[in-house]
Write a protein that binds this ligand. Structure first.
Ligand code: 5GP
Ligand code: ZN
Length: 113
């Protein structure tokens, strides 16, 4: 499978890893949309949240825990932050390997689109 994030997880493409555990790897986004912009991605390939919830819902819970862990490591928990995942065409998902964006360090726009 020719998946960019699988290659990053395998170490074939370099990235700035901020956190990892048995389930996931969290890296800095190459094109940050906020002072802190981290992508939390499962080691196992799922195209998106829909498939991951169907195939391993418990993992999705652990990914959310990893997002909070990243927020703590990055010092975001006091002022707040945003966790978002884009799904499919209308969700404007560009990399088809499930990932959660952890965004913080500034007041995010209230706009959701
Ligand atoms: P999506 O639009 O699929 O929700 O988000 C994909 C994200 O992956 C984007 O924010 C984009 O900047 C990031 N990205 C794309 N290619 C790379 C890469 O090679 N390395 C890293 N660290 N981030 C990437
Ligand atoms: Zn993948």
């Amino acid at each position: 499978m020719n998946c960019l994030f699988c290659k990053i997880i395998a170490g074939e493409i370099p990235s700035a890893i901020v956190y990892q555990d048995e389930d996931c790897v969290a890296i800095r986004d190459i094109n940050p949309q906020a002072p802190t912009h981290v992508l939390v991605m499962p080691r196992r390939h799922f195209c998106c949240l829909t498939t991951a919830v169907a195939e391993d819902p418990a993992l999705v819970g652990r990914l959310m825990q990893a997002c909070v862990k990243v927020a703590q490591l990055e010092g975001l928990t006091q002022d707040g932050y945003r966790v978002v995942t884009n799904i499919g065409e209308n969700g404007a998902q560009t990399v088809k390997h499930l990932h959660l964006h952890v965004l913080g360090g500034t007041k995010m726009s209230e706009k959701m689109s």
